[in-house]
Design a protein around this ligand. Structure first.
Ligand code: GBH
Length: 487
């Protein structure tokens, strides 16, 4: 069942940039080669394998460390303008600190970047896609605010080494997953369970780390390198479960506790007020000596505000939100701080990932909310995609992309949201974190049972290639101006 009335017949603007995205730990492998240090995913998968489906790990993954030239050929075949990849901190700085810089690690990314540029593909680099060097976890990880400086130093090494060629930088991919899952619900490395305490400390550090990196770029590199820096924010779209005022408020509160927790300080300044109010209120009633939410000084607020040159936005799915009675004060929980329940409508179209229901109108509403909440920033969709069980004839993926791209087209043309690019997640089937290799998001199939990690185009490759080439979802589309016509 299609959830949009019809596929949009409008075209993506001529300057619109299509690409694909990946992340270091999910594709590179070579976990201990050429001087790379251990990171928190190496540690988790090697010491706590049963936490992952089938005890899978990323030791070899897609072996992109050795097969990057082949990956670039696939990108070239797709015709995309941009490739979003992430840099493995432990490959550059094996200890996490700048006491040791690993030249072979730097060389790997230089080779990848050169191969991209030689093929006319723009590199877009993420500095942190969840693979923290283990020595930095050993001093407490992201809840330790010293990490802001260590990240900034790492960022400087990368700007210096790659900034002549990389013009689009993303500091953090979905810091919400790092903080709320890594240090809150214990569903991502380093699997620390401290919801409502360590997660906020992590967020506090991450926001300062991002701002430091942006300022370093601005002060030391922008003049010469002329690139742009931002961060990637994500969450489900939270739709009120009913049109009661309480559900509508609860949904907005949840948006502020998920997306706003990471975007507000950067785009508007400080934590969202509702987050301050709720965490302070609950902390007091729970008996804490002071609020569990660390506070920014006026100086920090000013330092973090405005540290963006666009917005990176990952979008996958939608949930419904209903208000609940104030949860017990006998327990501390990030979920309790939000004061609502979130759930998905069981009639929404399912995929191979339990959390991912196909709800394209949610993406359009989300884009409108971003436009209205954060003063109409330029948005690059840095991830969007869907999983299946790995079929080559992946009609479900084609269906998902058609519906979501159609919703995005309507957001661009009808709602005038400033979306300038779209990165499909993902180029390749890859290591899906605690789901191991069981959830496949790739346009290309990867044979994980073969030592060659053979790549095979799925049906969606031709489909995406055509969209990239024509900027249209339908055979004939309206290529200029605003269209009043629907197919
Ligand atoms: C992105 O996160 C990541 O950036 C990327 O690395 C990943 O491969 C891609 O999505 C596909 O998952 O299993 O119920 O605990 C998307 C947001 C948030 C989706 C956490 C999965 C876990 C839900 N993710 N969520 S659950």
């Amino acid at each position: 069942v299609s959830l949009t009335a019809a596929v949009s017949n409008k075209s993506f603007p001529a300057k619109f940039k299509f690409g694909t995205a990946t992340a270091s730990y999910q594709i590179e492998g070579a976990w201990n080669e050429d001087g790379k240090g251990e990171n928190i995913w190496d540690r988790l998968t090697h010491t706590n394998a049963t936490a992952v489906k089938n005890s899978d790990n990323g030791d070899v993954a897609c072996d992109s460390y050795h097969k990057y030239k082949e990956d670039v050929r696939l990108l070239k075949h797709l015709g995309v303008k941009v490739y979003r990849f992430s840099i493995s901190w432990s490959r550059i700085l094996p200890t996490g600190f700048t006491n040791k810089v690993n030249q072979p690690g730097i060389q790997y990314y230089k080779n990848l970047i050169k191969e991209l540029l030689d093929n006319g593909i723009e590199p877009m680099a993420t500095l942190y896609h969840w693979d923290l060097p283990q020595p930095l976890q050993d001093i407490g990880g992201w809840p330790n605010e010293l990490l802001a400086d260590h990240f900034a130093n790492y960022a400087r090494v990368c700007f210096k080494a790659f900034g002549d060629s990389v013009k689009t930088w993303l500091t953090f991919n979905e810091a919400k997953q790092t903080c709320q899952q890594g240090y809150g619900s214990a569903t991502m490395a380093p699997l620390i369970k401290s919801p409502g305490v360590a997660d906020y400390l992590c967020t506090y550090t991450v926001l300062k780390a991002h701002a430091k990196a942006w300022h370093i770029y601005d002060d030391e590199f922008r003049g010469k390198q002329r690139g742009r820096v931002s961060t990637v924010v994500d969450s489900d779209w939270y739709e009120p479960a009913s049109n009661s005022t309480s559900d509508m408020e609860a949904a907005e509160t949840r948006r502020q506790f998920t997306f706003g927790l990471y975007a507000n300080a950067i785009f508007l300044g400080n934590w969202p007020q509702v987050v301050i109010d709720r965490v302070d209120y609950r902390s007091e009633n729970e008996g804490y000596a002071k609020s569990r939410l660390p506070k920014f000084t006026k100086q920090e607020i000013d330092y973090i505000r405005g540290t963006h040159d666009f917005m990176g936005f990952n979008t996958y799915t939608t949930s419904l939100v209903c208000k609940i009675e104030e949860p017990t004060f006998n327990e501390t929980d990030y979920e309790f701080d939000m004061g609502s329940n979130a759930f998905q409508d069981p009639t929404w179209e399912a995929t191979n990932s339990t959390w991912l229901k196909i709800v394209p109108w949610g993406a359009r509403k989300f884009l409108n909310w971003i436009k209205n909440t954060y003063n109409n920033p330029e948005i690059i969709i840095t991830e969007n995609g869907v999983s299946d069980a790995g079929l080559l004839k992946d009609d479900a993926r084609i269906h998902y992309y058609t519906e979501y791209l159609s919703a995005i087209l309507e957001a661009i043309h009808t709602d005038k949201v400033h979306v300038s690019g779209y990165m499909a997640w993902s180029l390749l089937d890859n290591y899906e974190w605690l789901a191991g290799y069981t959830e496949k998001f790739g346009l290309y199939h990867v044979d994980f049972s073969s030592p060659n990690r053979t790549r095979t185009a799925k049906k969606s490759v031709d489909f995406y290639k055509k969209i990239v080439a024509t900027h249209c979802l339908v055979d004939k589309c309206v290529t200029s101006g605003w269209s009043l016509f629907r197919v």
